[in-house]
Each structure stands twice: as structure tokens, then as C-alpha cells.
Write a protein that binds this ligand. Structure first.
Ligand code: IPE
Ligand code: IPE
Ligand code: MG
Length: 246
């Protein structure tokens, strides 16, 4: 049993804490066991459940998980198909439990590339949980920060072309409300697993002032104690937002 340290208790008293996670390392986890990469993806789903289960308890109000990137569509067909099967299974089996736990689910990303049955499951999950007031769980699927920004720019340009928006009125708020993350506060903390020190096109606009924590732990091994460790590291950071503290 992992104890919740005083540091984390103090975080829990904060009214808002958005943690974003790049869940990486499933393939390497499986390969190091002589198993196919897809075995790692299935095991990775258990880690998603563990993290979602303990998030609210640790004071996290918003959790955004990177499940599948725009660039991941260029992986082998068999791997994509298995990832979609896992996603389908997750949406069919886990949503009721999440709803009972008052979790509000939202999907970020490009739904046009997903199959109709998955889009329908996503819509149902969002509708069912829309009024829940507990953890906000955002799942980024077929998501890429550059695609998201490109879509936002197109939307804004159309509004300008239609005479509904003046170029001089374009500001941070207009851009925020044109992104998939409309209405979601920016992440405070971004965690990436698997030892890679990069962003891989995740939430490019939104992480402007997020604290970054990188861990060597492969995603299927990630659990509550790793999340606590990341939150402890976060609580020791001094966020200056360009200002001075001395
Ligand atoms: C993360 O694990 C899951 C997805 C990107 C879908 P990877 O599949 O990237 O695993 P590694 O990084 O190759 O080990
Ligand atoms: C980022 O991981 C995407 C997800 C975790 C869903 P990748 O494994 O695709 O990133 P790269 O290719 O190592 O940058
Ligand atoms: Mg990877």
C-alpha cells in the first residue's frame, strides 16, 4: 500500500490540477519479455485503469491521456487493428464503471479516421458521462497537436472570411476555444514514460507552461507510486510564468 505523503495531501487541497500523460513504452515492455508488441498494449490498458482509479484520490481534477497519435496511423496495419480492438473493448467494458465513479469522459483528436462503431461508442461515452462532476478524463486518440492547431487556424480564418471575426480580435481565448481542448484548463504537469525526452506532437499549444516530468518506467509498469513520485517532483518545482521570485 502506497501512503499518500503530506506533499501530495497539500496538492489535493488545490482546487485544480491537470495532469497530462504520454503513455509510452508498451512495445518495448512486451519485446523485453519476448512477446508481441500488442501484448504490451493490452498490459498498458491495465495501467490506464490504475492511474484513472487513483487520480482523484491524489487531487488530480483533469487527466489527459495520449492513447494514439496522428502519426501512429503509419504503424503496421495489424498493430493499429489490435489497438482499435483494445480501444473498442475499453469503451464497451470500462465506461459504465467510470460513469458510476462520476468520471466525465471526453475524446480529443480526429474522429474522421476512426471506424463508425468506435465513433459511436465514443459519442455514447461522452453523452453518458457529460454531467458527471468528478474527474475529467480526456483521452487523445488520433490526436496530433499540429493537426489540432491547423484545424483551429482554419476555423478562425473562416470566421474572419465570413466577416464574423475581426483579425484584431484574435487572442489567446479565441485560439483556446477553437482547439479540441476548448473549456479544458491547460495541463499543470506533463508526464512521459519510457525514457524518451520529447513531446511527440502532444498538446503543443496547451503545455506552454506545464512542468515536464520524464520517467524511465515503461507504461505497462506505471502505477500509483510512480504517479505520486511525479506529483512530488511537480510540487517541488517553482513555476514562474516568466516572472521573478527574488
Ligand atoms: C505507446 O507505446 C502506445 C502507443 C503509442 C499507441 P509504444 O507502442 O509507442 O511502445 P514503444 O515506445 O514502441 O515501446
Ligand atoms: C507518442 O508515443 C504517442 C502516444 C503515446 C500515444 P510514440 O511512441 O508514438 O512517440 P515517438 O514515435 O517515440 O516519438
Ligand atoms: Mg513509443
Amino acid at each position: 500500500m502506497v501512503s499518500v505523503t503530506p506533499l501530495i495531501s497539500s496538492l489535493s487541497s488545490a482546487s485544480l490540477l491537470h495532469v497530462a500523460v504520454i503513455m509510452d513504452g508498451n512495445g518495448r515492455w512486451a519485446r523485453s519479455r519476448g512477446m508481441p508488441r500488442t501484448f504490451g498494449h493490452r498490459e498498458g490498458m491495465k495501467a490506464v485503469n490504475r492511474v484513472v482509479d487513483c487520480a482523484s484520490q491524489l487531487g488530480i481534477t483533469h487527466l489527459t491521456m495520449f492513447g494514439f497519435s496522428s502519426e501512429n496511423w503509419s504503424r503496421p496495419k495489424e498493430e493499429i487493428s489490435e489497438l482499435m480492438n483494445i480501444l473498442r473493448y475499453y469503451l464497451q467494458r470500462e465506461v459504465i464503471g467510470l460513469h458510476k465513479n462520476n468520471v466525465c469522459i471526453r475524446m480529443l483528436g480526429d474522429r474522421d479516421r476512426m471506424t463508425a462503431d468506435i465513433v459511436s461508442l465514443i459519442n455514447k461515452a461522452e453523452q453518458l458521462t457529460a454531467r458527471n462532476t468528478g474527474l475529467s478524463l480526456n483521452i487523445a486518440l488520433s490526436y496530433g497537436g499540429r493537426c489540432e492547431i491547423t484545424k483551429a487556424v482554419r476555423r478562425i480564418a473562416n470566421a474572419v472570411a465570413d466577416g464574423k471575426l475581426s483579425p484584431s480580435a484574435i487572442d489567446n481565448d479565441i485560439i483556446n476555444s477553437s482547439l479540441d481542448t476548448k473549456g479544458i484548463p491547460d495541463p499543470d504537469l506533463l508526464i512521459r514514460t519510457s525514457g524518451e525526452h520529447r513531446i511527440s506532437n502532444f498538446l503543443l499549444w496547451q503545455i506552454a507552461y506545464a512542468e515536464l516530468v520524464f520517467t524511465d518506467v515503461l507504461w505497462p509498469d506505471f502505477g500509483k507510486r510512480h504517479l505520486i513520485k511525479a506529483l512530488e517532483e511537480f510540487s517541488r518545482r517553482c513555476r514562474r510564468y516568466g516572472q521573478t521570485t527574488t
